[in-house]
Design a binder for this molecule. Structure first.
Ligand code: FES
Length: 330
């Protein structure tokens, strides 16, 4: 049976299952607690028990002083909840609270989502995770290649790996290496995270998400986070691509809309590039002629988004309600 955890000072609440550590349940519920190693060594996930009972499940190297123990300090990554709890936790409130990291990792898997897009899954070491907020980017460092900033396609709730979607371009050495040379277990160093393209969780305004081709990666991370925190306001996703093949997780998105009453999805495809952008923005402003009450999150190449932004501004979209993630396709 699950128990309820109340977090101070934010006042957020989440449910924890008896078999999962408090760190796992907090991340699954979309919280951003401070942590690093996930194995009881670094002490960064320290929290303070204000009420309720814990069960310490796993041995840990990190030690608290006697006075810290008496004050109720414990590690989120080594403890489960036996009863409803109230705990004091250091949480990231914004991107400024996430430390810059450099994590030596390895390729866990390479999966072609279609002929043009590769899902690169990076396996993090057991002793170090890569902390980020949903929607942020990381720099991928592969030996002998220029480092490349890419939006993270997975949710911060997963501590073992980080996903990226890389488009194919034979003339780009980074993309060509990903498609034709990189192998499972090859080394990759992740640095970052970067960017302020994160969900405004305080706002109750409905959200419009716009992805252009692999810009879907950042949008995917945001929507998975919105699902984790059980965001209730309406969310509308528009995925644009001249080539239907480049809407490479269409069925996955359909599974979201099947499960969520507050998420709608429109794919705009089948036109040449300029027409696709025009059709996309026309569809959005037809659906929402007055955008003054909406937040808009867009991810894709800068040039492609500029025309759309001008049109949406003409439909009362305010600059402070627009969130942009600029990234190249590959
Ligand atoms: S002790 Fe390092 S994350 Fe818990």
């Amino acid at each position: 049976m699950s128990v309820k955890i109340k977090v101070q000072p934010s006042g957020k609440q989440f449910e924890a299952q008896p078999h999962e550590t408090l760190l796992e349940s907090a991340l699954r519920s979309g919280l951003s607690p401070a942590y690093n190693c996930n194995n009881g060594t670094c002490g960064e996930c320290r929290a303070k028990l204000l009420s309720g009972h814990l069960s310490e499940t796993k041995f840990h190297d990190f030690t608290f002083t006697d006075s810290e123990k008496q004050a109720g300090y414990f590690l989120l990554c080594r403890n489960c909840a036996e009863t409803d709890l109230e705990v004091e936790v250091a949480e990231a409130g914004s991107v400024a609270d996430i430390p810059q990291q450099a994590v030596k990792a390895k390729v866990k898997s390479l999966e072609k989502l279609n002929d043009h897009v590769m899902l690169v899954r990076v396996r993090l070491p057991r002793s170090q995770t890569f902390r980020f907020l949903a929607g942020q980017q990381a720099t991928i460092n592969i030996p002998d290649l220029e480092p490349r900033n890419k939006s993270i396609a997975s949710c911060p709730c997963i501590t073992q790996f980080v996903d990226f979607h890389v488009g194919y371009n034979p003339d780009d050495p980074f993309s060509d290496t990903i498609f034709n040379q990189l192998k499972v277990s090859d080394p990759i160093t992740l640095t970052g995270p970067e960017g302020k393209f994160v969900l405004d969780e305080e706002s109750t305004q409905p959200k419009i998400f716009i992805a252009y081709e692999t810009g879907f990666s950042a949008i995917k991370s945001l929507i998975e986070h919105a699902i984790g925190i059980e965001m209730t306001q309406p969310m509308h996703l528009y995925w644009l691509s001249p080539d239907e093949e480049n809407m490479y997780m269409h069925n996955y998105v359909r599974s979201w809309t099947d499960a969520l009453d507050n998420l709608s999805y429109v794919g705009v495809t089948g036109y040449e590039e300029t027409q696709c952008l025009e059709q996309g923005v026309e569809k959005i402003i037809t659906d929402f002629p007055d955008l003054s009450g909406y937040q808009v999150y867009m991810s894709g190449p800068e040039k492609k988004m500029r025309t759309m932004i001008e049109k949406m501004m003409a439909h009362k979209l305010k600059r402070e309600q627009l969130f942009i993630d600029v990234q190249r396709r590959y």
